[in-house]
Write a protein that binds this ligand. Structure first.
Ligand code: F6R
Length: 254
């Protein structure tokens, strides 16, 4: 695992966009795994700028999103579908048929989830999976206790996660209670993983991600077992970590 300490959120976002740019340049028909949330917003802005400057072409890229709420229409302003359309998809030349969101089949949850796994498999697997991280270590909507062998599945959201996401709704009561998410195993199958972790509120999550025991009580700890993970952080997220492990030229290799 490589941890790169950026000056601030803006620098982290620029670095993340550059990593995506290099991935697309190396493999124009690559498969990207994408997150929603606050962490990737700056990265999406920079990717759009690169596209507008003619430095990035998404015409052959395929995307699979990590997760989606259950119970919101796709055009609900807080659905992840709408978030992705507004924040990214509609502003670059991704082909609509090449973007995918997980969606449980209303009549049979299992087949909708299995179908998503099948689509990822048929696309050749995810080349670059981008992640944020929750304060309780969730990745995607894989809350503490999720099995490391999980694939795309339906989850009941923890209160802490619903509280954290209430900032996007009028009240916590409006935050859906369930979601569909790629599983831990789905994420671990990606060839390369890029995790974005910024801000003071993520200090504890960052130290646990890097050095907690690998177990299901802190889902992101599983990333310690992946052979190609880059964690991009900013200075305010690193305060606790850098006391324990001194960075060398803003990098830490663990
Ligand atoms: C979103 C997702 C979540 C977020 C996490 C951090 O698709 O999968 O795991 O990455 O909740 O959210 P932010 O970035 O808003 O702090």
């Amino acid at each position: 695992m490589i941890i790169k300490r950026c000056e601030n959120y803006e620098q982290m976002s620029l670095t993340a966009a550059d990593i995506v740019k290099r991935q697309v340049a190396a493999k124009p028909d690559c498969v990207l795994g994408l997150p929603t949330g606050s962490s990737p917003l700056g990265m999406y802005e920079h990717l759009i700028k690169l596209y507008n400057r003619g430095e990035l072409d998404f015409s052959s890229v395929m995307t699979f999103n990590l997760d989606e709420y259950i119970g919101l229409d796709t055009d609900h302003p807080q659905s992840y579908h709408q978030f992705m359309e507004d924040t990214f998809f509609q502003q670059v030349n991704l082909k609509p048929g090449n973007t995918h969101m997980p969606k449980p089949d209303e009549t049979d949850n299992l087949s909708g989830c299995q179908n998503y796994e099948r689509k990822i498999f048929n696309a050749g697997g995810i080349d670059l999976q981008i992640l944020g991280i929750g304060r309780n270590g969730h990745i995607g909507f894989n809350e503490p206790g999720t099995s490391f062998s999980s694939q795309t599945h339906v989850v009941q959201l923890h209160d802490e996660t619903r509280r954290a996401n209430a900032r996007f709704f009028d009240s916590k009561d409006e935050v859906p209670k369930a979601a569909v998410t790629m599983g831990i195993k789905t994420i671990m199958r990606a060839r390369t993983i890029l995790l974005l972790c910024s801000g003071e509120s993520k200090q504890e999550a960052l130290i646990q991600l890097v050095c907690s025991t690998v177990d299901e009580t802190f889902p992101a700890s599983v990333l310690q077992l992946h052979p190609d993970v880059t964690v991009l952080t900013d200075k305010s997220a690193c305060v606790i970590l850098e006391n324990k492990y001194p960075f060398k030229e803003n990098e830490l290799f663990i």
